[in-house]
Structure formats: structure tokens, C-alpha cells
Design a protein around this ligand. Structure first.
Ligand code: ATP
Length: 307
């Protein structure tokens, strides 16, 4: 027979919390709203982040009331194609973790295999430890984490980095959150071969590709933030740009949009400067026109680049 007794640590005063006040005080509402505002689409991701934030808020209260002494496992995996917002969401996640007191500093250290694994014997452990030292108190974001594991090479130094990471993920989880990021299918295979990692990951979040409307909305948001805008023809040219660019190699969602906008701004600047006699209004300087978009190599026939 088991008897349920309330832990003695709960005093009358602590036994009641004003959840609204608590929510307002930690300030995660603002981070969640910012996430909604600054990221187009990603509905399932935003829902998951809200769920995790709620869980953590409750965890924090449980700890304060003495209902738990455990630090929850907070390591995560973010899967999806390049440019789907994983890094951006990791930054917001770090801020949420910080506001809730799960990490001291709330910064993000973003690395790939090259920053963790050395080329020569004896180089890997110090490299990995150096990165971990920098990331302590925040989030370590490992992009394309599966490259750490190279089973085809029996003596691959990646294994050494994996072992150190696993140890720290277990023993120092009260001060470091690791986010593994990369393509979903490769991450699945990585977890199959490295069950130690899988068992240490509490939250898996999948980032879907953006559809054409979302990519256009992302472009307009980015332009708005930079005080630029498309005129009506430029907008429809950019819609065609998106449809074509998606079918070409190395398409990477919002990142491709950002790169395309950089090149369009460059062409617009060239267009403006080519006529030095003109008097320009702020509107002229802000407006991208169809020619700026249509000069992209994406519109050339045949196997073209991504210009
Ligand atoms: N939903 C979105 N709304 C607005 N901007 C976005 C969105 N998703 C991504 N971006 C922007 O696109 C760029 C790439 O996003 P981010 O770096 O977060 O993606 P990622 O999945 O980490 O990709 P990568 O692995 O290529 O770095 C950033 O400039 C980001 O601000």
C-alpha cells in the first residue's frame, strides 16, 4: 500500500500560486509573441514551443513548491530542411529557458562537426571541451549533428566528441541545453545508431518547408524590416521567382529568400546609381521594381544558377 503525503516543504503560502502573475513576471509571453510576430507560418513549431514553455513554467513552480527536485531533461532536436527557421527558434528557446531560470545566461553557441572534432589524435577532447565551456549556462546548437557519427571510419574522432557530449548532457543538464539540428531522415538514422542521444532528447520538433505563399510573406516581412518594398509588378515577378527557384538545386527556404532579396537590392542600387541626374524620393529608394527581380539568372532558360 502506498500512502500519498504532501511534501513537508509546501507551506500554506507556497501552496497557492497566481499563474497569471507568474507568467507575466517571467516574461515568456513576450518571447512567445515575438516568435509569432517575427516568424511567418510554422504553426506546428509555434504550438510545440508554447507547450514546452507551459511545461517549463509548471516545472519551475513544482520545484519551488518542493514537488520535485529533479532538473527536467531539456535537450531537443530540431529537424527540417535548411532555412526553415531552426536557428531563429533556437535563439528564442534559449531566451525562454533563461527567463524561466533553467539556464544562467541564455546565449546560443552554434557549431558544426568541425568545431568539435579535431584532425589529429588528442585534438578532439580539448576542442569539444572548449566549445562546451563557451556554451555553459546557455544552449549548444549542433547543426547537422549526425556528421559526428561516421561508422564507415572505425577510428573516427567524432566518436570521442559524442562520448563527451553524452556525458555532459547527462551530468550538467542543469546548466546546459543541447539542441541537435539537421535533416529529419538523417537525424532518425543517427538516433537509431546512437540510442544514448535519443534517450537524452526530451523534445523533438519538426520544421516543415514553407509553401509559396509563406515564402512571399517572408520576403515581404524581410523587406518591411529593411524599409524596402516590392511594387505590384515586382511582387508578381518574385512569386514567379519563388516557383522557379524551388525547382533548382540548393534551394533552402527562407535563407534562399534572404539571399535573393540581397541580390535584388544590389540590382536596384545599380539601377538607381546608373542615372545620376535623377532626384530620388524616399519612395524611389525603398521600391524594388520588376526589372530588379527579373534580371535574376533563375529566369534564364536551361540549367541556370541561383542568381
Ligand atoms: N518563418 C519565417 N519567417 C520569417 N523569416 C524567417 C522564417 N524562417 C526563417 N526566416 C529567416 O530565414 C533565415 C534562415 O533562417 P534560420 O537560419 O533560422 O534557418 P535554419 O533552419 O537554421 O537554416 P540553416 O540550417 O540553413 O541555418 C533567417 O534570416 C531567418 O530570420
Amino acid at each position: 500500500m502506498t500512502e500519498q503525503v504532501a511534501p513537508d516543504t509546501v507551506t500554506a503560502a507556497e501552496a497557492a500560486v497566481d499563474l497569471r502573475k507568474e507568467f507575466a513576471e517571467v516574461g515568456i509571453g513576450e518571447v512567445l509573441d515575438q516568435l509569432d510576430r517575427e516568424l511567418i507560418g510554422l504553426k506546428p513549431v509555434k504550438t510545440r514551443i508554447r507547450e514546452i514553455a507551459s511545461l517549463l513554467l509548471i516545472e519551475r513552480l513544482r520545484k519551488r513548491m518542493g514537488l520535485t527536485t529533479e532538473t527536467p531533461t531539456l535537450h531537443m532536436s530540431f529537424t527540417g530542411n535548411p532555412g526553415t527557421g531552426k536557428t531563429t527558434v533556437a535563439l528564442r528557446m534559449a531566451s525562454i529557458l533563461h527567463k524561466l531560470g533553467f539556464v544562467r545566461r541564455g546565449h546560443v553557441v552554434s557549431v558544426t562537426r568541425d568545431e568539435l572534432v579535431g584532425q589529429y589524435i588528442g585534438h578532439t577532447a580539448p576542442k569539444t571541451k572548449e566549445v562546451l565551456k563557451k556554451a555553459m549556462g546557455g544552449v549548444l546548437f549542433i547543426d547537422e549533428a549526425y556528421y559526428l557519427y561516421r561508422p564507415e571510419n572505425e577510428r573516427d574522432y567524432g566518436q570521442e566528441a559524442i562520448e563527451i557530449l553524452l556525458q555532459v548532457m547527462e551530468n550538467q543538464r542543469d546548466d546546459l541545453v543541447v539542441i541537435l539540428a539537421g535533416y529529419g531522415d538523417r537525424m532518425d538514422r543517427f538516433f537509431q545508431s546512437n540510442p544514448g542521444f535519443r534517450s537524452r532528447i526530451a523534445h523533438h520538433i519538426d520544421f516543415p518547408d514553407y509553401n509559396d505563399d509563406e515564402l512571399l510573406a517572408i520576403a515581404e516581412l524581410m523587406l518591411h524590416d529593411m524599409n524596402y518594398k516590392f511594387d505590384a509588378e515586382a511582387r508578381s515577378a518574385f512569386e514567379r521567382y519563388i516557383a522557379l527557384r524551388k525547382t533548382q538545386p540548393l534551394f533552402s527556404n527562407a535563407r534562399s529568400v534572404r539571399n535573393a532579396l540581397d541580390r535584388i537590392r544590389l540590382r536596384q542600387a545599380n539601377r538607381l546609381v546608373s542615372d545620376l541626374d535623377r532626384v530620388l524620393s524616399a519612395d524611389d529608394i525603398m521600391t524594388l521594381d520588376a526589372a530588379d527581380v527579373l534580371a535574376s539568372r533563375v529566369f534564364e532558360k536551361g540549367p541556370g544558377g541561383a542568381g
